[in-house]
Design a protein. Structure first.
Lengths: 525, 120
């Protein structure tokens, strides 16, 4: 192996020298051609700008402006991709695979849209909650950190370079650790510390995996790796298998695949309210995207999935997540932790679709990325509003909260129905696709398990609904009233999105099917 | 005997594996939050060696074009690892900062004492 390794490295070095001589000639600057870099650079520059400010309100206004521009760029990118196909953007004018390439196809354009839209809707929510959660001297920095997290997530999604993903992953992760550590509760520090340890192990595993891939293929460009990995696997399979194992385990830590989820419940429960809404809706979704990319577009495109012993592992862990995490959610008194366990279960549905690896199953995963982002953001935003008014998220203290905070609880109920998968809500669409995928695959038992695990979510959502509507108004709940307009706006939009994505699937479903077709269509037989 | 030969010949990879495993072991086994960070740092360091080893070509020289040399080491892994070192430093610095804050709040950095106190 050692000899093959050295020659491949020498070849790569030679290729780098040959291509390095002439960079692409400079062209006149046209804005729409530079969208791929703008979507990363705008939040990055805004982060630097807000970090220098001392006024929290001004920093919020800048973050709001940036967060509202980004979805526009994401939509423009989707339109460009639909019109012209894959966009390849050579960073600094160095042609790929030598230079870093930003590569946008329908798959990551879709994920960019999810992340940027969640940021845009969540931003009004930040104004009041950050004033409560963060002291004035640190508020501007908090927004700078948020913008850095956004930069990292968008960067991870858009880049076509495997090592560049690692750098952006760490940019976003480090920012998230800081956001979580800034929570009022002192347990937030422990949560941030645990997340830092687990997250860094995950990122380091990922880098080890990329190192193996680089050694056998001599490339870091993901499209280039996909072309070269097949011959490398035929020559010697152990390093490719090692790369796969390290990358899958590393990313599984980041996306909180059961049983690597232990960092998640505390991180979501003790982070500042805005951070919880934003992270719950975006961070794990981007990690899932990276898994999709490596699993389908790189390993799967060159090597038959039946030769890669991941499918069974993903299937078993997904089903374990769906059931065990849901049961854990039932026994949780803190509603934020309950929702966090529910997130682990929902991640199980997403990875289940990846394990199915057929068009309907993957479409289910992909559409659930968006649907789960909308419904979980609505749920966490509603609980954040209760925390904002009442100061507790303990179910035992929140009797009758539905009568003092009617709109907020209505949003919670709609989000909860979507978690259960009631028709007319977004969650139903995802489960429908997954169920169809399981049946197409011939796994009737799995289709049955999807329905069975949904029944468990009725229990934990139903428990809080019962407490909120059918118990007498408790001492804590009497302090409650619907939150200020800026917060209510985010809650209502997230909730409306949950219903919209459940009723009108013409758009989201078709897009998810296109994404799934790209991913599954590239698979080797 | 063959296995031993393989290890001696690829001693750089043997060291990498040793650092990797011992670093990860410290992270898992130690209850002291600072020691965990040190273990994490060791674990990350092993990756630097993994990349640098792959970039070295036996008999190769520094990658500066010169007509007297034809074999060059691959500079890319070094550049990647420079980036990884920066990321590693940032992680360790942030980790230690959080531990310092934990010490302020709890008066201890032993995990089991904190878990007992908070019930996490």
């Amino acid at each position: 192996m050692s000899v093959g390794l050295l020659t491949s490295v020498a070849l790569a070095a030679g290729a780098a020298q040959a291509a390095g001589g002439h960079a692409v000639a400079a062209k006149p600057f046209i804005l729409t051609e530079h969208l791929p870099i703008l979507i990363v650079v705008i939040p990055l520059l805004a982060a630097a700008l807000t970090a220098m400010l001392r006024n929290g309100r001004v920093a919020w206004a800048i973050s709001l402006a940036v967060s509202w521009i980004l979805p526009i760029l994401a939509v423009m990118l989707i339109l460009q991709v639909e019109e012209k196909g894959i966009i390849s953007y050579a960073l600094g004018g160095w042609a790929p695979p030598v230079g870093i390439e930003y590569r946008v196809d329908i798959v990551n354009a879709f994920v960019l849209l999810i992340v940027s839209v969640v940021g845009a809707i969540a931003m009004p929510y930040a104004l009041r909650t950050v004033e409560l959660d963060i002291d004035e001297p640190q508020r501007a920095w908090f927004y700078a950190i948020y913008l850095l997290a956004l930069t990292g997530l968008l960067g991870m999604t858009i880049t076509g370079d495997a090592f560049n993903i690692f750098v952006f992953m760490e940019v976003s992760s480090l920012a998230m650790y800081v956001m979580i550590a800034m929570g009022r509760d002192r347990r937030a520090l422990i949560a941030a510390y645990q997340y830092l340890i687990m997250g860094t192990i995950g990122a380091t595993f990922y880098v080890i995996g990329v190192g193996f891939l680089y050694v056998v293929t001599g490339s870091l460009n993901m499209a280039d790796i996909a072309l070269r990995i097949g011959p490398a696997f035929a020559e010697s399979s152990p390093p490719v298998m090692a790369a796969l194992a390290f990358i899958v385990v590393g990313i599984s830590l980041k996306l909180a695949l059961f049983p690597l989820h232990v960092w998640l419940p505390n991180a979501y429960a003790f982070a500042p309210k805005f951070a919880t809404v934003f992270l719950a809706a975006t961070a794990t979704k981007v990690a899932v995207y990276i898994l999709l990319r490596f699993y389908f577009s790189i390993f799967g495109s060159a090597i038959s999935l039946t030769d890669l012993p991941i499918t069974e592992m993903l299937l078993i862990l997904s089903i374990a997540a769906m059931f065990i995490a849901s049961v854990m959610a039932i026994y949780e008194d803190n509603i934020e932790r309950m929702l966090a366990f529910s997130s682990v279960a929902q991640i199980g549905y997403i990875t289940l679709g990846i394990a199915l690896a057929n068009k309907s199953g993957v479409a289910g995963s992909v559409v659930h990325l968006m649907n789960h982002a909308a419904m979980k953001a609505a749920l966490f935003a509603a609980i954040g509003a209760i925390l904002y008014r009442v100061g507790t998220a303990r179910m035992s203290e929140l009797g009758g909260i539905g009568r003092t905070m009617p709109l907020t609880m209505a949003a919670f109920v709609i989000g909860g129905l979507s978690i259960i998968g009631v028709p007319g809500t977004a969650g139903f669409i995802s489960k429908w696709y997954l169920g169809v995928g399981a049946i197409e695959h011939g796994w009737w038992v799995v289709a049955f398990l999807i329905v069975a695990s949904s029944l468990i979510s009725i229990i934990y959502i139903g428990r809080f609904v019962e407490v909120a509507y059918f118990q007498p108004v408790s001492e804590a709940s009497e302090k409650g009233s619907d939150p200020p307009f800026s917060m209510m706006l985010s809650i209502v939009v997230f909730t409306a999105l949950t219903i919209y994505l459940g009723l009108d699937t013409a758009w989201s479903g078709q897009l998810a099917e296109k994404v799934a077709a790209v991913l599954v269509g590239g698979l080797a037989q | 005997m063959q296995a031993l030969d393989a290890i001696v010949q690829n001693y750089n990879y043997a060291i990498t594996v040793f650092l990797m495993v011992s670093g990860l072991y410290i992270v898992i086994a130690s209850g002291n939050m600072i020691k965990k960070i040190v273990g994490l740092s060791l674990f990350q360091t092993s990756v630097y060696l993994l990349y640098i080893s792959a970039g070295k070509i036996l008999g190769g020289t520094a990658p500066i074009i010169d007509r007297n040399y034809t074999i060059y080491s691959n500079p890319l892994p070094h550049v990647l690892i420079l980036t990884a070192i920066v990321v590693g430093i940032a992680t360790v610095a942030l980790g230690l900062a959080i531990v310092a804050r934990i010490h302020e709040e709890y008066g201890t950095i032993e995990e089991d004492e904190i878990f007992k106190e908070t019930g996490l």
